[in-house]
Design a protein around this ligand. Structure first.
Ligand SMILES: [Zn+2]
Length: 184
């Protein structure tokens, strides 16, 4: 055996020992964890069925086309030059609403928004209903919600009812203003 052959053999043996060590050592994925490699962990994922893949691609294409349509509808509604008649405007608004509640936002409650106004003089609370809203949570993050005013209460008919208060204050209520000399 020549010097060069001996060196190559030693290197190959060292490499083989290192590989043995790597493949025979259980990987620690986190401090304290010692998870063995299993057949399932190292096997390649099953290939998607071609029909599934076709349907996924078609779904993405439809979503993209819908998103483009909605972007265009929003632009039209915002444009001063669009000169939309009332039915066209309603059609576009419904299209955007349907898109939002099926793709982006999930309706969760029919919300009555109530203004609670406190008089800074007599400290009495006055309540005025501000309107009916639909509370929606973002489908991508349930911690984000929003209130959308509903024109048609039918949009809320299957939702649980809730009340949301909005607080503010005034220096004088009507009663206190009368006492202070304003002729109301
Ligand atoms: Zn008052």
């Amino acid at each position: 055996m020549t010097q060069a052959t001996a060196t190559a053999t030693a290197t190959a043996t060292a490499l083989s020992l290192q590989l043995d060590e790597i493949f025979n050592t259980k990987p620690a994925f986190a401090a304290g964890a010692n998870i063995p490699l299993t057949q399932q962990a190292v096997s390649a994922p099953d290939f998607l069925d071609l029909d599934d893949l076709d349907s996924m691609i078609a779904d993405v294409a439809i979503r993209k086309a819908d998103a483009v349509k909605i972007k265009h509808a929003r632009k039209l509604l915002a444009s001063e030059h669009a000169q939309l008649d009332a039915p066209s405007r309603q059609h576009l608004e419904k299209m955007i609403w349907d898109f939002e509640v099926t793709r982006e936002w999930l309706p969760v409650a029919s919300t009555l928004l109530v203004d609670e106004i406190t008089c800074g003089t007599c400290l009495k609370h006055y309540h005025i209903t501000e309107g009916v809203y639909q509370r929606q949570i973002a489908r991508s993050n349930s911690k984000i919600d929003r209130l959308i005013k509903v024109k048609d209460l039918l949009a809320n008919q299957d939702l649980p009812k809730e009340i949301t208060y909005r607080y503010s204050s005034v220096a004088l209520c009507l009663a206190c203003a009368c006492k202070e000399g304003w002729d109301l």
